[in-house]
Design a protein around this ligand. Structure first.
Ligand code: BG6
Length: 493
């Protein structure tokens, strides 16, 4: 049977993440039969909720799914609430008793999943108490799921990791990067290693440059306090973008397994050229949004300091120093209050050297503009999910001119709605003990080391902010970054 057996303990059970993502995802796993009789959930937080109230919260968090009310009630009956303070040892004594009781009641075989949906400064305390109060079992599995931020630089990330590894082994730790749960991010490996045409061209002989764009339309919204201490570089580049870069650049894993993929990702991240401090300004651009008639500038947002130098935009050029990628720039960009909400990856191939269709005009052939267009493979991650390939074809009609055409594949709306949401997929992976789509410590470490150089330079040099208009694609310096190399962004607003 596909049924999985486990006790979930969610620290931060009253929080936003639990209500928006975790309860709906657990419910979907329940509807699909991955969770049936043999599971229970303990929600814990400081607020003094009763089980009855907790069940109402669960039902409310599922409201948009329009599920059968009887199924919702049945599902919610597996949830138990325990109020306490995670720094109080007594809490864990109660938790241990409740865990043992539920284990016996639901036949959970000692399988435990601890979800730390809380601020990271509590991770160490919780892990330590789980061990000292012997809440970890010896007859089943013990797995811990943590959310970002994993520190704010390499040193703090290491400290956090040391605290966790005092209790858990690396193979018991599941670090969520929700981008790794997205259908089209997982598809990067499928297209690369499932098609000889791509893998044959996936190198510096055929690829001119690669562009990764994670664009957001909204501003900083409710997470101002966190965001102002983080900024776009730490919030999006250190984790999501570095993971995407490693999936794009890694060599073929021997087998498609957690271990083999990690080996290749780490090799890829280690091959990234580390910048010297003085090279930062030429390779990385930061931005902060200004005001328009409709929206406030970043510094005027609620809970943001009026002289904040936090980056709400970042663009950068990464070089990978190995045989496959030498000479190929990887351009990345992400930011708040940009033109639209989307994620896409553009693989820009080299243009044909000669345009034979213009051959009579030798002069023209030297002119950049008379050259054929580059082929571009676009991986549309969201909201459209699919691939697009730009090619040159004959212009219809008399004479012989070429024109760009597009081959297009997009998942239909049924497939998109059937496809599990990132958190559902990732929780399922944890139940299966499969950490392929999670971030491993060595990947986190190399990503931080790369990002630290840039952040440090920025912290030491005052920017001129604000420097971009909401609704644009960031400051013009982000366009200059490519122009200097003779390239341009494929997506323009
Ligand atoms: C999160 C960031 O990791 O990713 C947010 O903290 C950002 O600032 C979010 O909005 C974007 O995720 P998605 O799935 O909406 O592209």
């Amino acid at each position: 049977s596909k049924e999985k057996i486990a006790l979930f303990t969610i620290f931060g059970g009253t929080g936003d993440l639990a209500q928006r993502k975790l309860y709906p995802s657990l419910f979907k796993l329940y509807q699909k039969g991955y969770l049936r009789e043999h599971f229970a959930v303990i929600g814990t937080a400081r607020r003094p909720w009763t089980d009855e109230h907790y069940h109402e919260v669960i039902a409310t968090s599922l409201a948009s799914l329009n599920a059968d009310p009887a199924a919702v009630t049945q599902f919610a009956s597996h949830f138990y609430y325990q109020s306490h303070d995670v720094t109080d040892a007594q809490h864990y004594v109660t938790l241990k008793k409740l865990s043992a009781k539920l284990d016996a009641q639901y036949g959970l075989q000692g399988n435990r999943i601890f979800y730390l949906a809380m601020a990271p400064n509590f991770f160490g305390t919780i892990a330590q108490h789980l061990r000292s109060e012997q809440i970890l079992t010896t007859n089943g599995f013990n797995r811990v799921i943590i959310e970002k931020p994993f520190g704010h630089d390499f040193a703090s990330a290491k400290e956090l990791n040391d605290q966790l590894t005092a209790t858990f082994n690396e193979n018991q730790i599941y670090r969520i990067d929700h981008y790794l749960g997205k259908e089209m991010i997982q598809n990067i490996s499928a297209i690369r290693f499932g098609n000889s045409i791509w893998e044959a061209l996936w190198n510096n002989r055929y690829i001119s440059n690669v562009q990764v764009t994670l664009s957001e339309k909204l501003g900083v919204e409710e997470r101002a306090v966190y965001y102002d201490n983080s900024g776009a570089l730490r919030d999006m580049v250190q984790n999501h973008i570095m993971q995407i870069i490693s999936l794009l650049t890694m060599d073929q894993p021997v087998e498609f397994t957690e271990h083999d993929i990690d080996v290749e990702k780490v090799k890829a991240l280690r091959s990234l050229r580390t910048l010297k401090p003085e090279e930062v300004p030429a390779n990385f651009v930061r931005g902060q949004y200004a005001a328009t008639d409709q929206v406030k500038d970043y510094r005027s947002e609620d809970k943001i300091s009026p002289d904040s130098n936090t980056d709400t935009f970042v663009a950068g050029k990464l070089m990978v120093d190995n045989y496959r990628w030498s000479g190929v720039p990887f351009y990345i960009r992400t930011g708040k209050r940009l033109a639209d909400k989307f994620t896409r990856i553009d693989i820009v191939f080299k243009r044909p050297i000669v345009n034979i269709f213009n051959h009579e005009d030798v002069q023209k052939n030297d002119d950049e503009n008379s050259r054929l267009n580059a082929n571009v493979l676009t991986i549309n991650v969201e909201p459209t999910e699919g691939f697009e390939l730009r090619m040159n074809a004959k212009h219809v009609g008399q004479g012989f001119a070429t024109t760009p055409v597009k081959l297009n594949f997009a998942l239909d709306s049924q497939s998109v709605s059937d496809s599990p949401e990132a958190y559902e997929r990732l929780l399922h992976d944890v139940l299966n003990g499969d950490a392929t789509n999670f971030t491993h410590w060595d990947e986190v470490a190399y990503s931080w080391k790369f990002v630290d150089t840039i952040q440090k330079y920025w912290d030491e040099h005052t920017p001129t902010f604000p420097n971009y208009q909401p609704g644009s694609m960031g400051p013009t310096a982000a366009d200059d970054l490519l122009q200097r190399d003779g390239h341009e962004w494929i997506y323009k607003s």
